[in-house]
Design a protein around this ligand. Structure first.
Ligand SMILES: C[S@@+](CC[C@H](N)C(=O)[O-])C[C@H]1O[C@@H](n2cnc3c(N)ncnc32)[C@H](O)[C@@H]1O
Length: 203
């Protein structure tokens, strides 16, 4: 793995990570909050970039719902699980901080603390690259912990004000802030899901 571009240590292998979610799903827990929210943000058949896709659990679910998904991650072990589970989808091994797929998407999603897990000092550049892949009228949705209690130990604490400023600098506007992927309004807690949109161009 490109160690210098991520704080993600690979402490859990791709298989272990996927098995953790599989076990949770087996208990009857809803592990698809992210994809349910994402699907509600786009029209049928829309395109989605799953940024920091890991084992592909969000992209695979969205593809099952008829969306056209591309997953990008820097960890080959995580991507190996994604490729094994959904070989028909496009999976790209790349650093989000330098990403240039040469196309834009209706939705870019960064689920699972991706922004606080990129390498120290690359957070703003990463958000700029994510935003560069959001098409006109499209959205960037990112969910991450905001304090130590809501983050893995290796992750950085990213302030919402900084995140918003990076999005605005990249041409996006804050549309909505939620406390969870299930849609509760954000009221200052330790986790937030932020939805920023690129305004459609007017003539
Ligand atoms: C906690 S996992 C979340 C995976 C997936 N989004 C999910 O919700 O299941 C964080 C992911 O971010 C990826 N990541 C961290 N830094 C990255 C970077 N600079 N470029 C691409 N992916 C990165 C890691 O490899 C890891 O797969």
């Amino acid at each position: 793995m490109m160690g210098s571009v991520t704080r993600w240590t690979g402490a859990a292998t791709g298989e272990e990570y996927a098995e953790r979610f599989d076990a949770l799903a087996a208990t009857g827990a809803d592990v698809h909050g992210e994809s349910t929210l994402c699907a509600a943000l786009v029209v049928p058949g829309a395109t989605v970039l799953d940024a920091g896709c890991g084992t592909g659990r969000v992209a695979i679910r969205l593809a099952e719902r008829g969306l056209t998904c591309v997953g990008v991650d820097v960890d080959p072990a995580m991507l190996a699980v994604a490729r094994a589970r959904a070989p028909q989808l496009r999976w790209v091994e790349a650093d989000l901080g330098a990403l240039d797929l040469g196309e834009t998407f209706d939705l870019v999603v960064a689920a699972g603390n991706v922004v606080p897990l990129v390498a120290e000092g690359t957070e703003a550049a990463t958000v700029a690259r994510l935003a560069a892949h959001v098409g006109e009228g499209g959205a960037l949705v990112a969910g991450f912990g905001l304090d130590r209690a809501h983050l893995p130990s290796v992750a950085a604490v990213v302030a919402l004000a900084d995140y918003d400023a990076w999005c605005v600098a990249a041409g996006l506007r804050l549309e909505r802030r939620l406390a969870t992927w299930e849609g509760e309004a954000y009221a200052g807690g330790g986790y937030a899901v932020s939805i920023h949109r690129r305004p459609p161009q007017t003539l």
